[in-house]
Design a protein around this ligand. Structure first.
Ligand code: 13P
Ligand code: SF4
Length: 301
């Protein structure tokens, strides 16, 4: 039996559903039941019947799945897969800003720890951030941890007043303007599709800005047949699958998230065969973080 068939068999026998993010390796996306962006994965996590969820992505995704599903067992194929940006803000900073401004709404990108979510008013993902921030009643927003996403959201909502933090994604900020200009010159008919974690100079050169799912949807619906993709290379698998006749190009060689790539199909099989430690989130933290996540799911509808 090949690896894929073994995984299929065990996940049915052991009542597992596999959720995967578009940045994990193609071989993992192939064995997943559902693949999507962070918003899709958090919504999907609330609709799972199976007793066990194997989350193929980084730890904040598994934590969110557990927080939204306290009664399910949530596992990761490699629990050292962690997003560095999630640790770029601490509770003290949030409390300092709350003390300074009593009218502030703390908006936290899901790429953050459960503890940060617990100290925030509402969560957002890249695909719903503009919608959710627009919907909160407060004018003053403290956006954490991603500076680039915060600035992108602010550019769409001039009626709000933003305080930014200095977190960033090392993968997206490594995409540089000179290389993008070179790629555009080499491919003058290609559309540039960009994730909002990229720097502003990249966003300004783009035809479309959106989450991983939104980039895939845009490319699939577009009449263009060449695209320069400014996000992690994992999305190329779904882009190619949905659009075999279209061409997709990266910018330089750094669009690679080493943490997402820790998740391999072999490790997925290992968890299904031999089990693993389930994800545990402190109950008090989980209860508060659930409020911020549920508020996002409500406002993003
Ligand atoms: P989305 O899939 O929500 O666009 O998220 C990007 C990301 O960086 C996840 O780590
Ligand atoms: Fe974190 Fe960036 Fe990797 Fe996403 S791509 S998990 S934001 S380091």
């Amino acid at each position: 039996m090949n690896l894929k068939d073994k995984i299929e068999k065990l996940k049915k026998e052991k009542n597992f559903v596999i959720l995967a993010h578009y940045y994990v390796d193609a071989s993992v996306q192939e064995v997943a039941d559902f693949v999507g962006d962070s918003y899709f994965l958090s919504k999907k996590a609330t609709q799972i019947d199976a007793e066990n969820i194997l989350l193929c992505g980084v730890s904040f995704m598994a934590e969110s799945a557990k927080i939204l599903n306290p009664e399910k067992n949530v596992y990761m194929a490699d629990d050292s897969a962690d997003c560095p940006m999630a640790h770029m803000i601490d509770v003290d900073k949030i409390e300092e800003i709350k003390k300074q401004y009593d009218d502030v709404c703390v908006v936290c990108y899901v790429n953050s720890t459960a503890e940060i979510k617990a100290h925030s008013d509402v969560c957002v993902t890249s695909s719903n951030a503009v919608r959710v921030v627009k919907a909160v009643k407060e004018k003053r927003i403290f956006f954490v941890p991603d500076n680039n996403l915060g600035r992108y959201v602010a550019s769409k909502l001039p009626e709000k007043e933003f305080i930014f933090h200095d977190g960033f994604c090392h993968v997206h900020t490594s995409i540089n303007k000179e290389e993008l200009i070179k790629a555009k010159n080499a491919l003058p008919h290609a559309k540039v599709l960009t994730h909002p974690e990229c720097r502003q100079d990249i966003i300004e050169l783009s035809d479309f800005v959106g989450s991983t799912s939104e980039i895939i949807d845009y490319a699939s619906k577009s009449d263009a047949n060449a695209f320069i993709i400014c996000t992690e290379i994992g999305v190329f698998y779904e882009l190619g699958k949905k659009n075999p006749q279209k061409k997709f190009y990266s910018v330089g060689h750094r669009q690679f998230c080493p943490n997402m790539k820790k998740i391999t199909a072999d490790k997925v099989l290992e968890v299904l065969e031999n089990g693993a430690e389930p994800i545990i989130v402190d109950e008090e933290i989980a209860e508060k973080a659930r409020v911020s996540l549920n508020r996002m799911l409500e406002l993003a509808k």
